[in-house]
Design a binder for this molecule. Structure first.
Ligand SMILES: C[S@@+](CC[C@H](N)C(=O)[O-])C[C@H]1O[C@@H](n2cnc3c(N)ncnc32)[C@H](O)[C@@H]1O
Length: 252
């Protein structure tokens, strides 16, 4: 993993650095970022079985500790089945991008756009997508990180204008100095979120993501349910919405 620029405090008052809570393991190359929550429980074992139709008989995917927990991935897959989102955006590309693309292709509806800051990793994931001829449902948008540690505006501008499901699993936030790297996600992308959009934040076992959730609930009209087994939080708008994306202006 390449180093990233330090994050300035996005909030009004200075906050102490946030320490990641769990150290990650590594498993082969390329090395996943350290500091991910890597303590799967029984729920993950069940989730791997649930994912089998999207894994069995398909090309191998290089899962690593940097990937979403199986339980979190199942949760997102279930949302795709139950809600049939037209536009899914994932911050932080990876094997999850390919699994979700497989499901979208099988369902025959919905597109996925993954924002990725690391050019080499973006290329890897694009290769995995192309290998399975999934480019009609999924694409990777390369977006360098700006000085705040969030994806730069040129990358964000290439996202769909009306997003139904947002999965925030990037940029990396696994060290104290970048622990709040995902905080700008809601402010930056909220104008693109459809009225009934859902927002998923991954890695909520970490102190940084817990602080991000607290700030989001303070600063935005959104509530987040924390799902411990899946290590994700699921956000919905409170009544009395802020700006919402217009479906009529959506890029096809
Ligand atoms: C939490 S990971 C995103 C993982 C992805 N959503 C998934 O579940 O497969 C955040 C970032 O770490 C980097 N990353 C993830 N896996 C990696 C790997 N195996 N090697 C190098 N970088 C990786 C990428 O830059 C990615 O955007």
């Amino acid at each position: 993993m390449s180093d990233m620029a330090p994050m300035p405090n996005p909030g009004p008052a200075p906050d102490p650095p946030v320490e990641p809570t769990v150290s990650g393991a590594t498993s082969g190359e390329p090395r996943a970022p350290s500091g991910f929550v890597t303590q799967p429980g029984p729920a993950d074992l069940h989730a791997w079985h649930v994912l089998r139709p999207l894994l069995d008989g398909r090309p191998y995917l290089p899962f690593s500790p940097g990937a979403m927990r199986a339980g979190g991935l199942v949760y997102v897959c279930n949302l795709i089945v139950h809600r049939a989102p037209r536009q899914v955006v994932e911050c932080g590309a990876g094997v999850s991008t390919v699994v979700l693309a497989r499901l979208l292709a099988e369902r025959g509806t919905g597109r996925l756009t993954a924002l990725e800051h690391d050019p080499g990793w973006a290329e890897r994931v694009e290769e995995l997508i192309a290998r399975e001829e999934l480019a009609h449902v999924a694409r990777v948008v390369l977006a360098p990180l700006d000085p705040s540690g969030w994806y730069d505006a040129s990358g964000v501008a290439r996202l769909p204008e009306a997003v139904d499901l947002l999965v925030v699993d990037g940029p990396p936030a696994d060290r104290a100095e970048i622990a709040l790297a995902r905080h700008p996600a809601l402010a930056t992308l909220e104008p693109r979120l459809a009225a009934d959009a859902l927002v998923i934040l991954d890695d909520v076992g970490r102190a940084g993501e817990q602080e991000v959730l607290a700030r989001w609930e303070r600063e935005h009209l959104w509530d987040f349910e924390r799902l411990e087994d899946e290590a994700i939080a699921v956000g919905t708008r409170r009544p009395g919405r802020l700006r919402t994306a217009s479906r009529s202006s959506q890029v096809p």
